[in-house]
Design a protein around this ligand. Structure first.
Ligand code: 5AD
Ligand code: SF4
Length: 450
């Protein structure tokens, strides 16, 4: 294929593409693959009919995304019938876990590759375009996987960018498929990370979002560097105005890290710290490695060092053995911590995980009610937190223009809409909050900071 192809790019089922848990890695992989294809001469397109390459980057963290991909395969068949020359590829966590099953169910798929073979996309694409099935799914980790990091990313957002610092997870929480689909923890060398950050800043990026399945474990496998040291190193790169990171594990969140967060001016006062469940019995069954009390102590420490910190969390409702009393412990934590956001889902048994065979102890209807009650309770908490912004002046990084207004985020990750000139895009400005909505804030420009 010559360099005039098109690309239709989709990531089915990142739980939410604008959010950063679990699948922040998937989103970043998509951005890197887009960069790779662009460097090969492809351009993005949103028209299926025009696409020479269609890539489906999948998530497998719960059963629903899996099902969606499998049922979408029928749609891809129609695309293939209409456009037989298009190469259709499936990658991501589901491909890693069940690539051969996908090929069996959908033999018209041209290309299947796993989570550590992404850097081979150019070679696989060539193979598929020559009319062969291009399949690469390996269980062991490809030691050259970091080749992927060398490609630029194609992102919707010009001013904030993800930077992968660690891949995989060693935690083995009993419900989680990630250690199976993404393998053991592998930290990236600090020099390579800093190089990528420098490149991004030169490209106009203001906010660096360090990502990994478990960023707070950064450096454990390298032995000579800790996560908090990496935070300082990133902050020292000239032009980095904001730093965020996702996802941290409560067990690895040390006081050193919290101190560094408070000490480094660019580190934003926002943290996603998954609790998963409030009951000690369930936390133990999940093998999370902390009790409710220990988790709350970390929250207390965070609030001590950063009183204005915005907190968010992940919650699983209905893990096997969870009783109503156990669930109430989760409710208690949510009320006590007053998160800005929670991401709560019903437990979904995943193939090959230690919890897979445990019998479900509550019926799905009851679990839906528990989940809805929790989500509704959180809506009120979040609104109350937003209301507290009314009348305050906050720093906003202006990210885009939408419906005639500027849109940006506060350091605490709140979306703010306000009126202003186009030339403020990419700037950090002061905005006075005039109105709080449930999911966003409205304001008026106060004064330009930088
Ligand atoms: N069922 C439901 N939710 C899950 N998560 C991970 N595995 C499962 C599962 N088997 C959630 C956790 C995790 C987030 C990425 O997805 O809350 O933090
Ligand atoms: Fe999964 Fe637990 Fe690792 Fe998070 S910390 S990716 S939930 S095993």
């Amino acid at each position: 294929m010559t360099a005039s192809g098109f690309l239709f790019f989709t990531f089915l089922n990142s739980p939410r593409a604008d959010r950063t848990f679990g699948c922040q890695m998937n989103i970043n992989d998509s951005q890197k693959m887009a960069g790779m294809l662009k460097s090969m001469g492809y351009e993005p397109t949103s028209d299926w009919q025009e696409a020479d390459v269609i890539l489906v980057n999948t998530c497998s963290v719960r059963e629903k995304p899996d099902q969606k991909v499998l049922s979408a395969l029928g749609e891809f068949k129609k695309v293939k019938n209409k456009n037989p020359d298009a190469v259709i590829g499936v990658c991501g966590c589901l491909a890693q876990r069940a690539g051969y099953e996908i090929l069996q169910k959908a033999p018209f798929i041209d290309m299947v590759f796993g989570t550590t073979n992404i850097h081979h996309l150019p070679k696989l694409l060539e193979e598929a375009q020559a009319g062969n099935k291009a399949v690469e799914i390996i269980e062991e980790i490809d030691e050259n996987e970091t080749e992927l990091d060398k490609y630029p990313t194609i992102r919707d957002n010009k001013y904030t960018a993800y930077v992968t610092i660690i891949r995989g997870c060693d935690k083995n929480c009993t419900y989680c498929i990630v250690p199976i689909t993404r393998g053991k923890e592998r930290s990236r060398r600090i020099g390579e990370i800093i190089q990528e950050v420098q490149y991004l800043v030169e490209d106009g990026v203001k906010e660096i979002h360090l990502i990994g399945q478990n960023v707070t474990a950064y450096g454990k496998d390298l032995g000579d560097v800790k996560f908090w040291e990496l935070l300082y190193a990133v902050a020292n790169v000239e032009g980095v105005e904001r730093i965020r990171f996702t996802t941290g594990h409560p067990r690895d969140l040390t006081e050193d890290i919290i101190k560094a967060m408070a000490d480094i001016p660019q580190v934003c006062e926002a943290l996603h710290l998954p609790i998963q469940a409030g009951s000690d019995k369930i936390l133990e069954a999940m093998d999370r490695g902390y009790t409710q009390k220990e988790y709350l102590e970390k929250i207390e420490l965070l609030k001590k060092y950063m009183p204005d910190i915005a907190l968010s969390t992940d919650i699983i409702v209905g893990f096997p053995g969870e009783t109503y009393e156990d669930y109430l412990e989760t409710v208690k934590v949510v009320k006590e911590v007053e998160y800005d956001q929670i991401f709560a889902f019903k437990y979904s048994p995943r193939p090959g995980t230690p919890a897979e065979k445990l019998p479900m102890t509550e019926d799905p209807k009851t679990l839906s009610k528990w989940l809805n009650d929790l989500i509704n309770m959180q809506k009120d908490i979040a609104f109350k937190k937003n209301l507290a912004y009314e009348g305050k002046i906050v720093e906003v990084l202006v990210e885009e223009e939408k419906d005639g207004k500027l849109v940006g985020r506060t350091r605490t990750n709140k979306l703010v809409h306000f009126e202003g000139e186009h030339n403020l895009l990419g700037e950090i400005v002061n905005v006075e909050i005039t109105k709080a909505n449930r999911f966003s804030l409205e304001g008026k420009l106060a004064q330009v900071i930088a």
